[in-house]
Design a protein around this ligand. Structure first.
Ligand SMILES: [Zn+2]
Length: 231
């Protein structure tokens, strides 16, 4: 059996409600990580997500690479998004039980890494329960101790762009890769995963309903999407 928590980055977007509808139809719980600027641009779509039972986490205000920021700038990015999320939950009338955070690009801040982790811990951000993830590299990289939500498998579907040459077939080969250079093989029996997908209208234009295609394929392969739990 393969178990996974689904995470979807960069909401809000025009296609966020359709993604949420699909998750609901299939009974798939998820954490959606919001970029503050995108929430400002598509507030109704973000509200829709919250009102339909997904957890919305913090993915910074403007999606910078944190290693290019000072500690102060990084904290500002997190707090500016946090203010929007507090307001969003209030407007949706939904209690905010969990506050996960994900770094854009998985960039944990370079030299500021320890200070940013201390900040996340001190401010009560919630760590996704990753105790079932037993890949050696997860521990070797300290991911078992970090507060932010990293991932074990990235669809990489955001690379499907005009002129990139990346196609849905590339995503399927990534899904089926038995020895990926980074992350863990997705379809190996006994696998425990945190899976990364994106809510991108640009991908929607290239490949309508891409989320159904890729998530649906995992369902067909017997991947069980579990409720995110936090430590
Ligand atoms: Zn992102």
């Amino acid at each position: 059996m393969i178990k996974a928590v689904l995470t979807i980055d960069d909401i809000s977007s025009k296609n966020t409600p359709a993604i949420v509808d699909y998750l609901q139809e299939k009974g798939i719980p998820a954490v959606l990580f919001a970029v503050g600027q995108n929430v400002e641009r598509y507030p109704q779509e973000a509200l829709y997500a919250l009102r339909h039972g997904v957890i919305v986490g913090n993915h910074s205000y403007s999606h910078p690479a944190f290693s290019s920021l000072s500690l102060e700038e990084g904290i500002k990015e997190i707090e500016r998004c946090e203010e929007l999320l507090v307001e969003l939950y209030r407007a949706a009338g939904v209690e905010r039980r969990f506050r996960p955070f994900r770094f854009p690009y998985g960039d944990k801040g370079g030299e500021q890494k320890a200070a940013l982790q201390a900040y996340l811990a001190e401010r009560g951000f919630d760590k996704l329960d990753d105790r079932q993830i037993l890949y050696p590299w997860w521990k070797e990289n300290g991911l078992d101790r970090d507060i932010d939500t990293f991932w074990t498998f990235d669809f990489g579907e955001y690379m499907i762009r005009p002129g990139s040459g990346v196609t849905k077939e590339d995503v399927f080969s990534r899904i089926c890769d038995k020895a990926p250079k980074t992350g863990a093989p997705l379809l190996a029996d006994g696998g425990r995963h945190i899976i990364l997908l994106h809510a991108h209208d640009e991908t929607e234009e290239m490949l309508p309903e891409y989320y159904k295609l890729f998530v649906g394929y995992l369902l067909k392969k017997g991947v069980e999407f579990t409720e995110p739990e936090f430590l």
